[in-house]
Design a protein around this ligand. Structure first.
Ligand code: MD6
Ligand code: FE
Length: 203
């Protein structure tokens, strides 16, 4: 469904075979770019999710440098692995944006991990949507409005679901309340993987 504000939830957008193909791409990315633990700006508090990226740019955060995009892995110093063509194809199929995504941020949630309410605001081009793909265990996603205290809706995201935040929803506060353990058998280990495709620079 798409609401007037530009939030699209596409349940089961990827079938089981396609989910396995995306998972294979994720495994290839992490063999070159191992997941790292990002830290909050200023406090240095660790996130409960681990992250990695693929594409020309990747999102990172640490105490000294804060939230930012950079071309290299913060620990290995190597460039991020290339964006898999199937992710570029998915972006093309779902957005009307005239250029390719530059970053795919990959979040790894163990059973107790969560993601506090935030806005994706580190991209220069806010006209481009953010496209999110969920794999593995179900998660409770919340999305509200442009202000932190705006009313929120909660959506249960299942493996294969895609969410697009575009239009007014591009700047909506959102986050992950919790993971529902053992709700999917896609991953050998339990937990959830989320990929978000982003355009950073103006096309
Ligand atoms: C997650 N997603 O689903 C976190 N951001 O694990 C996000 O933070 C997100 O789903 C921008 C657009 C869509 C999203
Ligand atoms: Fe986000």
């Amino acid at each position: 469904m798409t609401d007037a504000a530009g939030l699209r939830h596409l349940p089961g957008y990827l079938n089981a075979r396609e989910q396995t193909l995306v998972l294979q791409r994720v495994r290839a990315v992490i063999s070159d770019a191992p997941p790292f633990v990002p830290r909050m700006p200023r406090t240095g508090r660790p996130f409960s999710v681990r992250m990695t990226n693929c594409g020309p740019l990747g999102w990172v955060s640490d105490q000294a440098g804060g939230y930012r995009y950079q071309a290299t892995h913060p620990e290995t110093g190597r460039p991020w692995p290339a964006m898999p063509p199937m992710l570029i194809d998915l972006w093309r199929a779902l957005t009307a944006y005239p250029a390719q995504p530059e970053a795919c941020l990959i979040n790894f949630y163990a059973a107790g991990a969560r993601m506090g309410a935030h806005r994706d605001a580190d991209e220069e081009d806010k006209a481009a949507p953010v496209v999110s793909i969920s794999l593995g265990d179900d998660a409770i996603f919340h999305v509200g409005g442009a202000r932190r205290n705006d009313p929120k809706q909660r959506i249960r995201l299942r493996s294969g679901d895609v969410v697009v935040l575009g239009g007014a929803a591009r700047m909506a506060y959102h986050g992950i309340d919790r993971i529902l353990p053992a709700t999917s058998r896609l991953l050998a280990e339990s937990g959830r993987i989320n990929l978000t495709l982003r355009r950073v620079n103006k096309a």
